[in-house]
Ligand binder design. Structure first.
Ligand SMILES: [Zn+2]
Length: 296
């Protein structure tokens, strides 16, 4: 049993093992992959047992998170990743879920990279406090800490110069990051088929109405979304990084993947990894073959 102070509410007691990106998301990526294994970007030459987790939350806060996670899983995540629908209504749980994800992502990135810049430190602490108040129900609204939700679809044609693994990145990758620049902070959480962006008084927030999560509920449907300046380039850059990472996979690990694929070709053909790859192939032809995906 791990004792300590809950990073969210401050209560002292037994801490639970919490996932930063919800556990069911990692499990789905694994289950729907070509080989049944995942690899994490930090350690590409090893099959991973699980995605990032740590003893951070008390039982009560963990319970709070898991209620919103269940709503998101059943009403949005599974129906969308299984291609059953591209429309859904949501309740007040989505703002809470997104705030909890942004809080987790920002906390996680800060724990990996301690900040030395005082301005960044202060603004990030303010964001964490703002999100925590909303998550714990101490404030009724998010104020300047807007949450934005972007469903991602497969793309089969484009005029832009996009990387050849873009569909695999959109449909399969998980990623946490914090983008700061020009005095603005964006908290980036990438799930398969979804992006959650946490903003804090962002200068382009007015143009981003379509993606803003309403506190009392609303609906998700195919529409055009506004990406803040530089965000598209950021996404394409991240996709490229993943494909470069997979080029560096060792020959031994490559052979291991090939062996697993040969053993179970039916699983591979039916997998979501293969389906995402197919979209890239449709768009780019055989040049899409080079990069491997983030899941096997
Ligand atoms: Zn707590």
């Amino acid at each position: 049993m791990v004792q300590g102070e809950c990073k969210l509410c401050g209560a002292v007691g037994e801490l639970k093992l919490s996932h930063f990106i919800p556990k069911f998301v990692g499990k789905w990526v694994k289950d729907s992959s070509a080989t049944g294994f995942i690899r994490l970007n930090q350690n590409i030459n090893k099959r991973a047992q699980d995605i990032a987790k740590d003893y951070w939350l008390c039982g009560e806060c963990e319970q709070l998170f898991s209620g919103w996670e269940r709503e998101f899983a059943n009403r949005l995540f599974y129906p969308f990743v299984k291609d059953e629908t591209d429309k859904a209504k949501y309740g007040d749980w989505l703002a809470k879920f997104c705030a909890s994800l942004s809080w987790r992502t920002l906390s996680y990135i800060r724990s990996m990279n301690p900040r030395s810049d005082k301005l960044i430190e202060d603004s990030e602490l303010a964001i964490l406090n703002g999100l925590a108040s909303f998550i714990l129900g101490r404030t009724k609204n998010l104020g300047i800490y807007e949450q934005h939700f972007f469903p991602l679809d497969a793309i089969d044609s484009t005029n832009a110069d996009v990387p050849e693994n873009i569909n695999r990145y959109f449909l399969r990758n998980m990623h946490m990051d914090v983008l700061s620049g020009g005095g603005q902070v964006m908290v980036y959480t990438k799930l398969p088929k979804f992006i959650i962006l946490g903003l804090a008084g962002h200068s382009e927030s007015k143009q981003m109405r379509a993606s803003r999560v309403s506190l009392n509920g609303g609906s998700i449907f195919p529409q055009s979304y506004y990406w803040p300046k530089g965000f598209g380039e950021y996404l394409f850059g991240k996709a490229k990084e993943v494909s470069e990472l997979y080029r560096k996979i060792s020959p031994e690990q490559k052979a291991l993947i090939d062996k697993t694929v040969e053993k179970n070709p039916d699983r591979v053909a039916a997998s979501k990894t293969f389906a995402a790859f197919q979209h890239d192939l449709d768009m780019f032809g055989s040049s899409a073959f080079a990069p491997k995906d983030a899941d096997e």
